[in-house]
Design a protein around this ligand. Structure first.
Ligand code: FES
Length: 86
């Protein structure tokens, strides 16, 4: 099984899945994500991307997430893609 993780915050190894879970559990501001996960607490490069996952962010309102199962030589992988509007 291959697991593909998309990192939002490289400095703190915080994945997209972790950010989405935090937002689903009530985080509604970048400050909430910083306090709960440590996002944007080092270099700050991830602040804009993390903010897009907040309730008013573009990831919450515009992105389309597609997932499919790829199979090769008996091994399966779930491939996850986020499509952003042009
Ligand atoms: S990438 Fe998130 S603080 Fe540096």
């Amino acid at each position: 099984m291959i697991i593909i993780l998309m990192y939002i915050c490289i400095c703190n190894a915080i994945t997209e899945k972790t950010v989405i879970e935090a937002v689903n559990n009530g985080a509604s501001t970048l400050g909430d994500l910083q306090a709960e996960l440590g996002v944007a607490s080092c270099c700050g490069c991830c602040a804009q991307t993390a903010s897009e996952y907040l309730p008013q962010g573009s990831a919450a309102t515009s992105a389309v997430k597609q997932e499919y199962v790829s199979e090769c030589h008996g091994r399966k992988a779930v491939v996850s893609t986020v499509l952003w509007p042009a």
